[in-house]
Design a protein around this ligand. Sequence first.
Ligand code: SF4
Ligand code: SF4
Length: 361
Amino acid sequence: MNGVREVDGPALLAQLRGWAEAEGFSQIGVAGVDLGSAEAGLSAWLHNGFHGSMDYMAVHGRKRARPSDLVPGTLRVITARMDYLPRDSPQGWQAVEWRRLSRPEEATVSIYARGRDYHKLMRHRLQRLADRLADAVGPFGHRVFTDSAPVLEVELASKSGIGWRGKHTLALHREGGSMFFLGEIYVDLPLPLTDAVESHCGSCSACIDICPTQAIVAPYRLDARRCISYLTIEHDGAIPLELRAAMGNRIYGCDDCQLACPWNKYARRSTLPDFDARAALDGATLVALWRWNEAEFQRRTEGSAIRRIGHARWRRNLAVALGNALRGGAGDDLREALQRERDGADELLREHIDWALAQRG
Ligand code: SF4
Ligand code: SF4
């Protein structure tokens, strides 16, 4: 990174907001690099093992809480919010989602993952923002991140007014709910800081109360090892037996704590077609998705975040959901579909299939 330079901060920030809007971002903030107040909480979270097998969470150690250690020369972090609720989401979309969760034979994929993978899309657009900045001020030191382990995204977002940290540990905003992705640009430009917003969780505990696996063990404290998002996406190996029933028909991620949050009545629709739900992932039956072989899984998930978990975890998740549907009284076609795959399954999947078949009672 280069040395500190003089910039017309307020004017640059105003320009940046305009460029960001054109790139599909709905809010821009600027955070300083002192995240010291988050260090103790991060250490305690790791110490308790709440990160499960996400060892990469611990790898960067204190660098995560010190942006200028991670990228030397960093003076500010530009934070960006991109809303992802699909453009055609109806009024009362939460009720649509609750109904989906109550249909045991249908598959539920987390809303953010029904369209295009946001990682590349966000990174490209953040980089274009950085390029516009460079056109305005000349070359400067920077690095772009989105959903990246070394970055304390929610802390940066809450410091810079993108939202406050909710009791479910995600960032949320009074005028935008929490259905958004976060991205960051670490810069060596002395941009003016933007103000944090006040928390408006108050005495609400809807997210804690609704969580199917009691993963929010205390306000602002998530035990990832119990969280369905973690279990279905990040976790390799067997799904803990005691949590399988609570997964219901959730086969990739979980939105319950966000569905229950009263502020999500203000969640904004995306302006981009990229997050529109793919037909195959919206309203599909568990059996239809179970029938995808490896090649079909690869083909159908091209450009989707789901592809990252691979066919093996996809089927493991589906086996659990099929078992839950059988317990709910689903028909013989589900049982036969499971039975058909049993002999060719590897040990891990076979154990999940056997568990699922045993749910019939
Ligand atoms: S994503 Fe689901 S399982 Fe995880 S904390 Fe939220 S409600 Fe609980
Ligand atoms: S559900 Fe309630 S407690 Fe949880 S994040 Fe939303 S406002 Fe805060």
